[in-house]
Design a protein around this ligand. Structure first.
Ligand SMILES: [Fe+2]
Ligand SMILES: [Fe+2]
Length: 317
């Protein structure tokens, strides 16, 4: 596969299971309108990928788009150490034509806040009024944008460039894949209580492997015998949502919140509003999303080496 085909596959897989459905095209049309109104100088600075790819956290960061890729090195967090590791095994004969990170790096990290809008749609689907969802997300998006500003986004990208290894990151598309996976899992299996959900999760190979590493699914709020009620799955949308989302979700009738990880403040609020919380596990959940994408590469005869927290499970056979 060419690098550009791998990138397009990621974006298309993400779009195919995006909760926004058809309105994703409206979003892209809005980007085009915005571009059309820019001055010449502003157009020179504009990221043209925004016109076709709704995921600012998914980009080719280094390398020629036409490069032919036979082997990839893929991890959840890929920083300079992993890039040096990839180069080291390449030197020993491993097929590494491309490094893929899940968590965004470079411009994709600096633009992470731009993908958070989907959280509004997730809340609306759970029954939160759209005006409330929009209102509480706007301040959280600015907060995340400011939080990422001081970071040194380009370190890993610079390392990949120096070692002349193509580098890309696939974030929201993979998180959309795990969102869909969990949604289907709970649709296809009967449950009533939190422990029923835990049993369902612990049938998934990535969660079994993570549990053995003491990083599997855990109930952080609520008792195992509690009724789950309406379940809200929050595993996509860039990063954690606003604190106030918990109260709004409780008002909308959500009984159980399933996520990859949760900050203390949000957890305190979940307990206050009697929302059960199941943390499915960060690396394991991110691995599921990446595995579903990597299966697509494997089908095209691309060899896959995983590291940096990625629990590889192929669903191809
Ligand atoms: Fe993720
Ligand atoms: Fe993550």
């Amino acid at each position: 596969m060419k690098l550009k085909d791998i990138y397009e596959l990621a974006v298309n897989m993400g779009k195919a299971c995006d909760v926004r459905g058809d309105s994703l095209e409206l979003y892209l049309q809005g980007q085009r309108k915005q571009y059309d109104h820019l001055s010449q100088k502003q157009r020179e600075l504009f990221d043209m990928e925004q016109l076709t790819n709704p995921y600012a956290d998914t980009r080719i960061l280094a390398g020629n788009r036409e490069a032919y890729i036979k082997g990839v090195f893929c991890g959840i967090d890929v920083e300079t150490p992993e890039i040096v590791l990839a180069d080291r095994i390449k030197e020993k004969g491993a097929k590494v034509d491309l490094i893929i990170a899940h968590h965004p790096e470079g411009a994709a990290q600096a633009g992470l806040h731009e993908v958070m809008g989907v959280q509004e749609d997730l809340m609306v689907h759970a029954g939160v009024p759209v005006n409330v969802a929009e209102g509480i997300m706007s301040s959280r998006i600015s907060e995340v944008q400011r939080g990422f500003m001081p970071l040194n986004h380009q370190r890993a990208v610079d390392a990949a460039k120096i070692l002349e290894i193509p580098f890309m990151c696939v974030h929201s598309p993979a998180d959309n894949l795990v969102h869909k996976f969990l949604q289907n899992l709970l649709r296809d299996n009967e449950y009533s209580t939190l422990e029923n959900i835990m049993d369902i999760l612990l049938e998934v190979p990535e969660y079994i492997a993570a549990a053995k590493q003491k990083a599997g699914p855990v109930i952080l709020s609520g008792k195992p015998k509690n009724k789950a009620g309406k379940v809200f799955i929050k595993v996509t949308g860039g990063t954690g949502g606003p604190d106030s989302s918990i109260e709004k979700l409780a008002d909308a009738g959500v009984g159980t919140f399933i996520c990859m990880h949760m900050q203390n403040k949000l957890l305190e609020l979940a307990k206050k509003f009697h929302i059960n919380v199941i943390v499915a596990g960060h690396m394991a959940s991110d691995s599921i999303g990446m595995n579903l994408f990597l299966d697509g590469l494997e089908q095209k005869d691309v060899d896959i080496i995983t590291a940096a927290g990625l629990i590889r499970v192929s669903r191809n056979s």
